[in-house]
Ligand binder design. Structure first.
Ligand code: SF4
Length: 275
């Protein structure tokens, strides 16, 4: 890819981190930031994955350890909340593995977590190591709880953005995004990050996970907001599985009636759905 690399600039976040709105500053050196990700990247697993959306699969899914959110229903808690879970890798090692997976048929390089945000300096260094991607897109699959600074670093390096827009705007003093996900100002931050990429004209597939008991507060406003941004592909995730540690409404199974209502609303709003 013919672009000026942002990787050297991104390195500053390893000593003074402002990649997400927690703005932990110098905490990365001591791994005392909110995400507790230090200066070394750990990968929980990587594989050819058939579970991603059709344009991406088979995807080379790369699961980073550590996350900027603390979702109460996280099914990846064993590595999302343990930033040193798995194997410590270098950009050169991951680039070699990406090449290997492409020879096995990978159609995309999907950076996932946990959340990839704390690993943006590592991701950019890996893409520099990789060099020519032979037309295979790099995908950021993130909660999109990012700063504008982080998004600017990614411009020109990431080809497809796969944000999760899970939670709706606040309907009480504390929004679902803050109460359940540990992300203050969730709606304002995540929608403005999606808009920033949308206005740059880059490819977006926005995921929305249907959660039990969150149809009116989350699903309805999310789908209505997406309907005002034509050209964004939407992926409705209907496979909610309550982990053993989930509490309250999140410990319940997702009602089929809510799935049906969400699909009907998406159709009524003319959303472009991908599966
Ligand atoms: S990525 Fe981690 S260390 Fe950096 S600002 Fe966010 S929570 Fe803090």
């Amino acid at each position: 890819m013919n672009r000026t690399s942002s990787a050297p600039i991104a390195q500053q976040h390893l000593v003074d981190c402002h990649l997400c709105p927690h703005h932990c500053g110098a905490a990365r050196a001591s791994a005392h930031g909110v995400c507790r990700v230090g200066q070394t990247t750990y990968i929980a697993s990587e594989m050819l994955h058939m579970g991603e959306e059709e344009p991406l699969r088979p995807a080379h899914a790369i699961f980073f350890s550590g996350c900027t959110a603390t979702c109460a229903f996280c099914t990846a808690a064993k590595f999302a909340f343990r930033p040193t879970y798995g194997v410590a890798v270098s950009p050169a090692q991951l680039a070699a593995r990406i090449t290997h997976r492409q020879l096995e048929g990978a159609r995309s390089i999907c950076f996932i977590g946990g959340d990839p945000a704390p690993h943006i300096p590592f991701i950019l260094a890996t893409l520099d190591e990789l060099g020519d991607r032979r037309g295979i897109p790099a995908v950021l699959n993130s909660n999109f709880y990012l700063t504008g600074e982080a998004l600017d670093l990614l411009e020109g390096a990431i080809d497809i953005y796969l944000p999760d827009l899970k939670f709706g705007p606040a309907t009480s003093a504390q929004s679902c995004g803050e109460r359940i996900g540990g992300m203050p100002d969730y709606w304002a931050v995540v929608t403005s990050c999606i808009d920033r990429v949308y206005q740059r004209g880059e490819r977006l597939i926005v995921r929305h996970l249907l959660m039990p008991g969150h149809f009116d507060c989350c699903t309805v406003p999310v789908l209505h907001w997406l309907a005002t941004r034509p050209g964004i592909d939407v992926s409705l995730l209907t496979q909610y599985l309550a982990p053993a540690h989930a509490k309250g409404e999140l410990a319940q199974p997702l009602a089929q009636a809510d799935v049906n209502r969400a699909q009907a609303l998406a159709t009524q709003l003319n959303l472009t759905l991908v599966a």
